[in-house]
Write a protein that binds this ligand. Structure first.
Ligand code: ATP
Ligand code: MG
Length: 440
């Protein structure tokens, strides 16, 4: 654009469906993350970090070539060497690739967690984005059902610590083995062949390639065409049934409530036996906050040795939306600053910095901002209030420094109560009473 001869640069915007997380929101994320870290640690899980970009083949072979994710949603491109690579749409594939590549899976048991951005080219809407973030846990080398239950317990503990238990329900299903599903898919395709007129385009396209995906169609007409469809549970092998029965018994004994949903199939091909989803009706259409299950065949499918495995992934954005709308984030977690040093008058920088430093040393959990760049008392106090701090420390001197500063003031920003501290060295000690024991 050219306006009166001056070149105005067009401002660039973030890509649709990819969000900036601004400082206020970041505090909500940090709160959630801190609880997540504590819970996975308390179960003995260790973090693993793996790349955001992987060979496209990794996702095709794990998630499945005829899934929505791989067919329609992946950010794939040829890099400068001509290799076809993709931004990861989920974490399990990369986690398995990394763990196997470095020998973590051979003859071992592993309890791992990860966190980070995932990318899917979906239609952006509330709770559904093109860059979104997941927390996940994966457990390797253990046959169930105790480990399935442990993994579910981690999620249940998380909801408890976040105050969300009453808003979430656990739906589970037994989808059997890959062979069971192959036989079932054939039966389902045969059934659907007699119902073609009642299906929508999407279902007709899926009918031969991936008929099970039709089961969770949201289209009412399609759903009613499915009423008499063969049931997956009639195709599931005996071992899977035993596994699932024991798993349910254990959940019941642990008082983890669940609902069996025989339409729950999940959008990723690698699952077997028990799959589940935690859903809420506090978020509108995007109600799934966590999905998981067992995937015993995946390590082998990616070239490793047969390794039992299970895990889940949580959508962080949806959880943050939930916490925010239900007001479940404690005020203390949202306060960016606790103490603001107001510094008025000549040459007080070094005194102010020493006081701030002494407060930080005494209370490492408090956020202490020391005002920079001068200004009048009133304008600094305004900044102190805006910072969210609970306490202002005022260091003030008329004119230039001739003698060292003796006195300071502490002012509560909650109620304006003020106390004078006759020796600035005592400020850190006096500040303690403005904060509860748990906060300092
Ligand atoms: P949905 O049915 O909502 O599309 P999904 O079955 O595709 O979810 P998974 O692949 O199992 O989801 O991922 C686990 C969790 O990640 C989901 O339960 C959800 O909370 C979150 N999630 C998935 N896709 C998105 C997205 N595009 N934006 C935000 N969160 C997402
Ligand atoms: Mg999806």
């Amino acid at each position: 654009r050219v306006i009166s001869g001056i070149n105005i640069m067009e401002k660039l915007q973030a890509i649709r469906g990819m969000n900036d997380i601004l400082p206020e929101e970041a505090l909500e994320w940090e709160y959630l993350e801190s609880i997540f870290y504590r819970v996975v640690k308390s179960f003995g899980y260790r973090e693993i970090r793996f790349p955001i970009v992987e060979q496209t083949q990794l996702f095709k072979r794990s998630i499945g070539a005829v899934t929505d994710i791989v067919e329609k949603e992946m950010y794939s491109f040829d890099d400068r060497n001509g290799d076809n690579v993709s931004l990861r749409p989920e974490g399990t594939a990369g986690c398995v690739r990394a763990a196997d590549q470095h020998g973590l899976l051979y003859n071992q048991q592993q309890r791992l967690w990860y966190q980070g951005p995932m990318f899917r080219h979906e239609r952006p809407q509330k709770g559904r984005y093109r860059q979104f973030h997941q927390f996940g846990v994966e457990a390797f080398g253990m046959s169930g059902p105790a480990i399935d239950v442990e993994v579910i317990q981690i999620s249940a503990m998380l909801w408890k610590d976040l105050g969300l238990t009453q808003y979430l329900k656990l739906e589970i299903n037994n989808i059997g083995s890959a062979q069971d599903r192959k036989k079932y898919a054939q039966a389902l395709t045969a059934y659907l062949s007699g119902k073609v007129d009642e299906l929508d385009d999407d279902a007709r396209n899926r009918m031969h390639s991936n008929p099970m995906r039709i089961l969770d169609s949201k289209n009412e007409a399609v759903r009613s065409a499915l009423v008499d469809a063969p049931k997956l549970c009639d195709f599931v092998n005996q071992d899977s049934k035993t596994h699932f029965r024991k798993l349910k018994e254990l959940l019941t004994e642990l008082e983890v409530q669940f609902i069996e949903n025989n339409r729950l199939v999940r959008g990723l091909d690698y699952y077997n036996n028990c799959v589940y989803e935690w859903t809420t009706d506090t978020l509108g259409a995007q109600g799934a906050v966590c999905g998981g299950g067992r995937y015993d065949g995946l390590v082998r499918q990616l070239g490793g040795r047969e390794t039992e495995a299970c895990g889940f992934a949580i959508g962080i954005e949806r959880l943050v939306l939930m916490l925010r709308s239900l007001n479940k984030i404690p005020a203390s977690a949202l306060r960016p600053t606790d103490v603001y040093l107001v510094v008025v008058g000549g040459s007080l920088e070094s005194e102010a910095f020493s006081v701030a430093e002494a407060i930080r040393e005494k209370y490492p959990h408090l956020g202490v901002i020391c005002h920079c760049a001068g200004g009048k008392f009133n304008s600094q106090m305004k900044r102190a209030y805006n910072s969210g701090a609970r306490v202002a420390v005022v260091l003030e001197r008329d004119g230039e420094a001739t003698v060292p500063l003796m006195e300071g003031k502490i002012r509560s920003l909650d109620d304006g109560a003020e106390s004078i501290v006759t020796e600035i060295d005592n400020i850190p000690e006096k500040i303690g009473k403005f904060f509860g024991n748990s906060e300092v």
